[in-house]
Every structure is written in C-alpha cells, then in structure tokens.
Design a protein around this ligand. Structure first.
Ligand SMILES: Cc1cc2nc3c(=O)[nH]c(=O)nc-3n(C[C@H](O)[C@H](O)[C@H](O)COP(=O)(O)O)c2cc1C
Ligand code: SF4
Length: 436
C-alpha cells in the first residue's frame, strides 16, 4: 500500500554519504509497508539501495555524460568524490584546453588537420580523466561517455581505457563491438545506453556470444532526457514502450528467463528530479538513476555560467525536439539560433548536398547530414553549435536540455546540495527559507 508519509520534523543523516537509511520526511510519498524501525518516535526505513558496480558500492545517483565539454573532469570528479559515478563526455574536449585550441583552432584545409585535431582531443580526454580521478581522491568511479555515432568512437574507447577510466558508457548507437574493443580491460565497467527492452535483449544476446555481459545498462527515456535520444524519429519519442513502468518489467522478465536475474544493474535516466523518484524507480527494479540537466546546472559543471542559466531558466514551452545532424532526434532549449534554424530547416534540407570538407575539419560524426548532404536529417554543424553553448553564447549556441523540472528551479547549486536533495530530501537552507 502506498501512502503519503506522516509529517516528521527532522531528518537524521548517518554521516553524510553513503546513505543507507533516512528518516521519513513529509515531502515524499513513501511505502509505509517498508517501515522497519522506530527510533525516538521517528520512523525510519531502508529506502535507497546502493548501486553495486564492478564490486564497488556507489550512491544510486549517476551523473550522465554531457558533451561538448559540459561534463568534463571537474563535474565528473566532484560526483565521484561524493561516492557516485561521475561521467566525462569524451567528445571534442580540446575546447577546454587553451593550449590545445591554440594548436588546432586555426586548422582548416591542411591535409593533416583531422589527425592533429583528433590527437589533441585524445590528449584532452587523458587530461580530463586524470583531473577527475585526482578530484575524486579514490572515491566513487569515473566513467567516460562515448557516442557510437562518432567517427573517433574507437579512438576514444581506446584512450579512455588506457587513461584508466573506471567505466565506459556508450550510447547514440548500438555498441555491439565494445566487448572486443575492451577485451584487454576486464576491470573496466562496460555500460551501454539503451531505451527499450528490445534493444536490451539484442545487445545482451550479442555481448554474451562475445563472452562479456554489460556491467550495468542505462535505460534512457527519449520523451524526457536531454541531448540525443534513442528513438527512431520525433514522433516515436511518445511511444509507450519507453515508459519506465513498461521497460523495467520487460527487461527484468528477460533477465529472469535468461538466468541473468540480479546480474546487470539498471540505471534509469530522464526527467528524474527528487528522492521520491528514486524510491519509485527502485521499487520498479531499477538500481540507480542517472541525471543530466540537474548536474549541468551545478556549480561544478564545466560549462560557462550563461550555459547553466539558459538551462535553469527554460520553461516547458521553451523546450523543443528536432532531428539532429547525426540523424537521431534531440531535445534542446529553443534559443535564438535553434529558433532560426528550425524556421529555415526545410529550405536547408532541400538544398542539402555533399560538401567538399567537414565544417570543423575533423569529421566528428561517422555520418553527418550537413557534410554528407543527407537532406532527410539535420543540416547544422553540431560541434560548432555545442561549442558556442559551452562558451555560454546564448545567441549562437545549441543548449541540450531534458524535458523535466529542476530540483532547485533557477538556482545554481553545488553537486553536494543536489545529492543531499536526491538521497536524503534536504533542500539547501536559503532555498528552504524562500520556499516557506
Ligand atoms: C546538455 C546535455 C548534453 C548531453 N550530452 C550527452 C552526451 O554527449 N552523451 C550522452 O550519452 N548523453 C548526453 N546527454 C544525456 C544525459 O547524459 C542524461 O542521460 C539525460 O540528460 C538524463 O535526462 P535529464 O536531463 O532529464 O536528467 C546530455 C544531456 C544534456 C542535458
Ligand atoms: S560538419 Fe560539423 S557536425 Fe558534421 S562531421 Fe563536421 S564537425 Fe561534425
């Protein structure tokens, strides 16, 4: 039976993190059947299970990878230090390193431009992994997110492995070859990002034949998450098969039938914003939640303050879905650039033609609608637009964002404050006063 929790006046925190127990708080809808202990008249319950990953115990809140440069070593390291899985997005990280930009930013038609830029990006990835691990001080885990759709997918995978990432999180395409690519790194967790039960079944069966199981699977909800979305097209985003209430039981039934029960933790992503969400999703069988937008607006996020403000201040009516230049649907804030692009998109698509060279000289995508003249998909340079967003250029940038509400409204808060809210239900003090 699910009932609203009785009001209680205080929260008890057993140390800071990790948290196995918390005092029931009136803000959450809790399962009263779970209540197991009574201390000084206040009821306690074991609510959140910790995430078990490759023999390590982590808090059940994962920070999702966010490119370009939004989640780099700073954010991922802060999350790992708090006992979580912090994720560096691998794509075009040289943008965070002035010396690497000085070396590569001017390159255009030089025959070796692509090689030099790619080398700089791999060097930047190595630096960010080292930075994150240093910040983490041995706590939590540092992951690297790699999009399968990138032309440098294999290069980023190899670099992340060699540089000592604790986990690889791969989406934007089916990473069927990941077990082979990571064969020599059995201690690195391999985590694919999928959206429905069919994708999970397909990938698990193929990986099993290659002798390796996913160490966890991120199930990302295309109707709620930010960035590139795992659906066939924009209309498909609404399909009910993506609902957590549908996909989780289907995947768990597949695991049970396949003898995999309890072996592969499921991490759900998209639209998650409070402690009650974690309780509800763990009751459905998830092991942890992954959040993107809420981490993008933390103080530790590696993007410019203006980037964070655009995401934090966006209202539901400002958030729009469209088809990216990669061919995948995407979700972002309708900023001046995106508004203009969407207005002229039909014309750009009609005029699409094969270009002599890639806009940024390093061919970030394996298949690019703009470079390859594919008029059935997006017609803009995603690296350029995301780079503007990273710099906080409100007029020219493409600002990916999830569809959900943010825990602290327009406020920019710390990673620790966000985790306190998600794990214990504690709102930052000043915010609490404002709300009362
Ligand atoms: C600004 C931004 C950039 C993102 N970039 C990536 C990315 O490069 N790779 C990826 O796998 N997911 C990306 N995502 C998705 C997040 O990792 C996360 O799964 C998703 O945003 C969860 O939904 P939420 O924002 O509602 O919490 C991005 C999301 C945002 C908001
Ligand atoms: S044109 Fe832009 S989006 Fe396309 S491959 Fe080149 S850098 Fe990537």
């Amino acid at each position: 039976m699910h009932l609203a929790c009785p009001r209680c006046t205080s929260l008890a925190v057993f140390g800071r993190l990790p948290l196995f127990w918390y005092m029931m708080d009136n803000r959450f809808s809790c399962n009263v059947d779970d209540v197991s202990t009574s201390v000084s008249g206040l009821r306690t319950q074991p609510v959140l299970r910790m995430l078990q990953l490759k023999g390590r115990t982590l808090i059940p809140v994962v920070q999702g990878g966010m490119g370009v440069g939004i989640s780099a070593g700073g954010l991922a390291g802060a999350v790992a230090r708090a006992g979580g899985l912090g994720t560096i997005s691998s794509v075009d990280l040289r943008r965070l390193h002035p010396d690497l930009m000085q070396r590569t930013g001017h390159l255009d038609k030089e025959p070796d431009a692509r090689e030099i830029i790619e080398a700089a990006n791999l060097e930047a990835l190595d630096r960010e992994i080292v930075r994150a691990k240093k910040l983490a001080q041995g706590k939590g885990m540092v992951a690297v997110n790699i999009m399968k759709a990138l032309s440098q997918y294999q290069g980023y995978v190899q670099q992340a492995l060699v540089s000592g990432a604790d986990a690889l999180v791969v989406g934007a395409g089916l990473p069927l070859d990941l077990p082979e690519l990571a064969r020599d790194f059995p201690n690195t967790a391999l985590i694919p990002i999928l959206s429905d039960a069919r994708g999970v079944q397909l990938l698990v069966r193929k990986w099993e034949k290659r002798g390796r199981l996913p160490d966890a699977i991120v199930i990302e909800h295309p109707r709620l998450a930010g960035g590139h979305l795992g659906a066939a097209n924009v209309a498909d985003l609404q399909d009910l098969r993506f609902n957590f209430e549908v996909v989780l039981p289907q995947v768990l039934a597949f695991f049970q039938a396949h003898g995999l029960e309890g072996k592969i933790p499921l991490i759900v992503a998209g639209g998650i914003s409070c402690h009650a969400d974690i309780v509800r999703l763990q009751a459905l069988g998830a092991s942890a939640v992954q959040m993107g937008t809420a981490f993008a607006v933390t103080r530790e996020c590696d993007a410019a303050p203006a980037f964070k403000r655009v995401l934090a201040q966006a209202k539901p009516k400002d958030i729009v879905e469209f088809v990216s230049v990669s061919g995948l649907p995407a979700r972002a804030v309708r900023t001046p650039w995106l508004n203009k692009y969407l207005r002229i998109e039909p014309k750009l698509k009609a005029a699409a033609h094969l270009k002599k060279k890639c806009n940024m000289s390093f061919d970030c995508l394996a298949h690019c609608g703009l470079r390859d003249g594919d008029g059935s998909i997006g017609q803009f340079c995603i690296d350029q637009q995301l780079g503007h967003a990273l710099d906080g250029d409100v007029h020219k940038g493409l600002f990916f964002r999830g569809a959900g509400t943010l825990p602290f409204g327009e406020e920019i808060r710390s990673v620790q404050e966000l985790l306190d809210w998600m794990l214990v239900g504690t709102k930052p003090q000043v915010l609490e006063e404002v709300l009362l």
